[in-house]
Design a protein around this ligand. Structure first.
Ligand code: VGL
Ligand code: ZN
Length: 212
């Protein structure tokens, strides 16, 4: 399979390549840093590049500490079951900054998400209440994008939700597998891949992209 990038209609979405999700971070994704060189190269192949930043208020509802619970326990919030995480990506902190070796100067739009204190937002498109939009669907449509390539962290959470919402919004979605890493807790990676495949997302590796 060789995929040719179309500068007019393809967009790259780089999900949450931030310090707290990389080695030494509070919610480090195993081997997360390994994708950075691939993401840097990928970004140079696209005319339209969007990056997301997990960007939580202090005391966020997705933090275990907020509920006096342990990380990776769950809690019921008004929109459903929420996995509880170590405090991470608090807005303005170094943990929320992009990885220092992420070198994607052509990025045109940065979407921050998860800043409402009471609701999480894994997806680049809408918050976990499945209602509140980030505005990214409109942005991409206005910019003429019809196919989205998604890479980043973590494959089973923010990449997954972004890919699913992208499909639902009517975009063709290609998940760039080798430019992602997963948290993989309690089978979450297998479930995420099945959900993405079921929704019509395609999977590719960077090597499948022409002239990569
Ligand atoms: C993420 C857990 C909590 C992610 C963000 O970027 O996949 N995971 N917040
Ligand atoms: Zn988060």
């Amino acid at each position: 399979m060789t995929i040719r990038i179309n500068g007019e209609t393809d967009a790259l979405i780089i999900v949450d390549v931030q310090n707290d999700f990389c080695a030494g971070g509070s919610l480090a994704v195993p081997d997360g840093d390994a994708i950075v060189p691939l993401v840097n190269r990928l970004a140079r192949r696209f005319d339209l590049v969007v990056a997301t930043q997990d960007w939580h208020s202090a005391g966020h509802a997705s933090f275990a500490s907020t509920h006096g619970k342990a990380p990776f326990e769950t809690v019921e919030l008004y929109y459903g079951t929420q996995v509880l995480w170590p405090d991470h990506c608090v807005m303005g902190t170094s943990g929320a900054a992009f990885h220092p070796r992420l070198d994607v100067p052509g990025t045109q739009m940065i979407v921050r998400k998860g800043f409402h204190p009471g609701v999480d937002s894994y997806s680049a498109f809408r918050e976990a209440d499945h209602r509140t939009p980030t505005g990214l669907v409109g942005y991409l449509r206005e910019r003429g994008a019809s196919r989205l390539f998604v890479c980043g962290l973590a494959l089973d959470f923010c990449v997954n939700w972004t890919a699913l919402d992208g499909c639902e919004a009517g975009f063709e979605v290609v998940v760039v597998d080798d430019a992602c890493r997963a948290i993989d807790m309690n089978g979450s990676l297998g479930e995420a891949k099945a959900a993405m495949a079921g929704a019509g997302c395609r999977f590719a590796n960077t090597g499948d992209i022409a002239d990569f």
